[in-house]
Design a protein around this ligand. Structure first.
Ligand SMILES: Nc1ncnc2c1ncn2[C@@H]1O[C@H](COP(=O)(O)OP(=O)(O)OP(=O)(O)O)[C@@H](O)[C@H]1O
Length: 868
């Protein structure tokens, strides 16, 4: 009945190229039934077909050989019109089979010599067996198959036999078994047996169960979604700014909308639900509640007719965006048979890649999905081996049309990804089902190596790129069968159509990519040009935000509900003292302290260290006695009414001057960590790419050594352990510091903006903005390192007098001012800290001078210098 045409291009093949045997019991039953019915001339018009039955192949040949095309085939190739097979599929489901033209089929078979026909028959029968229903048969095709089978059963029941009803004695129907519309069967053995009829029924049941499940998934209501009301004025403004309608109209969800995890709600398998429970996840957060059902609706691994819509997601820091994509990706990909690169997660820094990999690793247990990172930490050759396999990346390796992959999910930074796209033979993005761009606005700010263009081209190459190898020079060897037709090599349909002039069939037209682009950020860009560069398809915008919020900036910047925000207005020279005040008087622990540069972080770190050393030496338990007042310290600094310093503080002045002549690597902000060079290695070439450095050096010990404290002696209980974190540190040290911080061994981590985005450091209870950020986005990301996952946290911003006005304006514009409390710190409150601080400052200056004399840029050396 249904002459469903597919190019057999998605057939799964195993790693070594041999076909994967998949369960196609229903198809086999149908094929068998067809074979028998075909012998029966009177019944041949009613042959049952499946989407991949033999006639498909003949039609494919006919598509490509116009002289062999037969009448009755509904191909665009013939008459230029697009005949929607889909219309056939969905109509008249209960009636007798329609649409399949057995004469066409027979004529098409006659076009070839008998022996060819037989060969084809065998070959395509074999291929039919290889198919995997869940991957390749879209829901409406299933429905069509079901209808087809229903029609067949009706037909059989009225013409061939009376189907025994449940519980009815089989003998009752014995008379009918021998007749077809009053005519005896020529060959008794041609009559379908009851087993076969049962097989058809079983197939119908399977098909309807699958279809029902898929429909059910599609019908799962999104929890408490409310289309964002937008005023005509706002809409007009958005339009005038070129913001597309879908972006101006987010699907809005309230931050408190949590939903218990259960299979009915999210369509998760028992395995995944168990993993969630083991990880302590009982309910999905708002962003997960909104995003997961949308992704789970398109559960297929690839549908060549309808692209799944793309998704842009904006949700506050710490709201659980990572799991919103990790869980559905694992669930959907876990049905795959063959390993191919199906999910690509692009992140701005190596540290984030490691973090997201750990999240995948937690939930992937129990599947055989393979997850890898590629960040330039290891040698390029090593990464090639992990991603594609040595055998496929040598200069002699054959370039396979379908490429090759040893991993299902790749988590990567843009720079390294581009290197692989350009230089790794057989590395391909053609099978991508998911492209995740996390921290999207930051990545879109980065035009490094034109990374986005490269990715989009690799997903869907332009015609001029076709048949070029990864290096752009070598033609891909196109394997052909004896009839000159390309052998698929497991090439993806969307890719195929862009490489070849593949004739379009009515069912598959147009071929579309199955890749679903998913963008996540706490501060998603609404820049039309940047959004347009993503080439989104049928996009939807989901925003987690409070009901009362409105307007551009407010819509973008939502902070976690548990966050308490404070500002301390002080002189520049008082800022280190304020940090000490927070540590010693407000008992701040597990704190992240953000500075404006790597230099600044390094100096503050040394200053706090020196202070602690002095304090411990003076008295192991109590802060040293005051020898100078805070006013004395700041008296050298006068602030004019207009907010401009007329005399700058030495400490800050030097910091600034250093920054100005330093290279960009001195600031970790908005820099793709490690992506700016193509260096294959730092120091861990021999370490597995997925391997997290095992040798954890206690940060406490490291700090103690740095501070000249005997690490074998017991440090006083009230010792503040401080560490610094920046791109200047080698990878292994950075990881050991993060581990120590996560264990609570470090009380204050002074850092650059390298970890201001995305990093999930669970124990952070306080964020200190030592240097206040100039842009709201940065503020949001920094303070978002605390109060994560529904917990509470506190942020302190140390605002210099001259910055106060700008800070207030920035915060007010974002509708955030009322959330910030102003704290006044009186001299009296910090006077006990001043003597130690004064001494520490003097020590730091001394070190600065001596290192300047020694020609060093940084006091106390630096990790980077040390490595050189
Ligand atoms: N459903 C949940 N139940 C409990 N904890 C969760 C849940 N979802 C996520 N978390 C935890 O919340 C924390 C923050 O999640 P995640 O890092 O994904 O936030 P995010 O939205 O990506 O933040 P950012 O914008 O800063 O990158 C993580 O520790 C994560 O394990």
């Amino acid at each position: 009945m249904f002459n469903i045409k597919r190019y057999d291009v998605e057939t799964e093949t195993s790693q070594n190229g041999t076909p994967v045997s998949t369960s196609t019991a229903a198809q086999e039953r149908l094929a068998k039934l067809n074979a028998r019915l075909k012998k029966n001339k009177g019944e041949s018009n009613n042959a049952v077909t499946t989407p991949h039955s033999q006639d498909t192949h003949n039609e494919q040949h006919q598509n490509q050989r116009p002289e062999h095309r037969s009448e009755g085939q509904h191909l665009r190739y013939d008459d230029g019109n697009k005949h929607s097979q889909h219309q056939h599929l969905t109509s008249d489901t209960g009636k007798k089979a329609q649409g399949f033209d057995i004469n066409t089929y027979k004529r098409s078979r006659e076009q070839y010599p008998e022996d060819d026909s037989k060969k084809y028959g065998k070959k395509w029968e074999k291929r039919t067996k290889e198919l995997k229903d869940s991957d390749l048969v879209p829901n409406d095709v299933r429905l069509a198959m079901k209808a087809e089978a229903e029609a067949k059963v009706n037909d059989i029941s009225t013409t061939t036999t009376v189907l025994p009803s449940e519980g009815q004695d089989d003998d009752d129907n014995s008379d009918n078994d021998q007749r077809v519309q009053g005519r005896d069967l020529e060959d008794e053995s041609n009559a379908p047996t009851e087993q076969e009829i049962d097989g058809v029924r079983q197939f119908m049941d399977d098909a309807s169960a699958d279809a029902a499940l898929a429909e059910l998934a599609a019908l799962v209501p999104l929890p408490t979604f409310e289309a964002k009301e937008i005023s005509a004025e706002d809409l007009e403004r958005a339009k005038s700014m070129g913001i597309p309608d879908w972006l101006a109209h987010p699907t809005k969800i309230e931050p408190e909308t949590n939903t218990p995890i259960n299979a009915a709600m999210f369509g998760f398998s028992e395995r995944l639900i168990k993993q969630c429970r083991q990880a302590g996840i009982e309910e999905c957060f708002a962003v997960q509640t909104a995003v997961i059902p949308v992704l789970m609706r398109a559960k297929h691994l690839g549908d060549i007719r309808k692209a799944p819509g793309d998704l842009c997601v904006s949700a506050p820091t710490g709201s659980g965006k990572t799991l919103a994509y990790v869980l559905p990706i694992i669930e959907i990909l876990s049905q795959r048979v063959v390993t191919r690169l199906r999910a690509l997660v692009v992140l701005p820094t190596r540290d984030l890649c490691v973090q997201v990999k750990e999240t995948f690793d937690t939930f992937v247990k129990g599947t055989d999905l393979k997850i890898a990172t590629s960040t330039g930490q290891n040698s390029f050759a090593h990464e090639q081996h992990v991603l594609v396999g040595e055998k496929y990346t040598t200069p002699q390796s054959k370039l396979l049309l379908g490429g090759h992959s040893r991993v299902d999910v790749l988590i990567t930074t843009p720079g390294r990804l581009i290197d692989h796209i350009k230089s790794t033979p057989n590395f391909t993005l053609q099978h991508l089902r998911f492209l995740v761009i996390d921290e999207a606005d930051r990545l879109l700010n980065q035009s490094f190596q034109d990374w986005l263009h490269h990715i989009l081209t690799a997903i869907h190459p332009s015609p001029e790129k076709r048949l070029l190898g990864a290096d752009g020079s070598k033609a891909i060897q196109l394997r052909q069968d004896q009839y000159g037709f390309p052998i698929h090599d497991a090439i993806a349909p969307g890719f195929l159509s862009s490489l070849f002039e593949v004739p379009e069939s009515d069912v598959e037209d147009p071929k579309v990519l199955s890749v679903q682009k998913l963008l996540f950020s706490a501060t998603l860009t609404r820049n039309p040009a940047k959004i347009a560069s993503l080439q989104l398809s049928d996009p939807q915008y989901v925003a987690v935000q409070e009901g009362g919020q409105d307007g551009d900036d407010k819509q973008k910047y939502t902070t976690p509900a548990g966050l308490t925000e404070n500002m301390i207005v002080c002189e520049s020279s008082e800022k280190p003292l304020m940090v000490l005040h927070l540590l010693h008087h407000l008992n701040v622990r597990s704190a992240l302290c953000f500075t404006k540069s790597v230099e600044s972080a390094h100096r503050l770190y040394k200053l706090v260290q020196l202070y602690e050393k002095i304090r411990i030496t003076a008295s192991p338990t109590t802060p040293s006695a005051p020898t100078a007042s805070i006013k004395e310290l700041s008296s050298r600094k006068k602030v004019k009414d207009n907010g401009v310093d007329d005399e700058d503080n030495d400490f800050e002045q030097k910091d600034n001057s250093d920054d100005s002549d330093d290279d960009s690597s001195n600031s970790d902000d908005e820099t793709s960590d490690g992506d700016n060079d193509n260096s294959d290695q730092e120091e861990d070439d021999d370490v597995e790419m997925e391997h997290v450095d095992a040798s954890t050096q206690s940060a406490l010990e490291a700090t103690a050594v740095d501070m000249d404290i005997d690490s074998s002696s017991v440090a006083p209980a009230d010792t503040i352990v401080v560490a610094e974190y920046s791109s200047d540190l080698p990878k292994s040290k950075r990881q050991s510091i993060l581990r120590a911080f996560n264990k609570g061994e470090i009380h204050l981590l002074i850092c650059s903006d390298l970890i201001s985005r995305g990093m999930d450091l669970s124990p952070v209870s306080v964020v200190i903005n030592y240097d206040t950020p100039v842009y709201m986005k940065k503020y949001i990301h920094r303070v978002g390192r605390t109060a994560r996952a529904g917990k509470s946290g506190t942020a302190y911003s140390l605002v210099e007098m001259q910055e106060a006005r700008h800070f207030k304006e920035m915060i007010t514009k974002a509708g955030h001012w009322e959330k910030i409390s102003r704290i006044k710190v009186k001299d009296q409150e910090v006077k006990d800290l001043v003597p130690g601080y004064t001494k520490a400052l003097a020590g730091l200056k001394e070190a600065l001078v001596s290192s300047a004399r020694a020609g060093k840029k940084r006091p106390f050396g630096s990790a980077r210098n040390a490595r050189k």
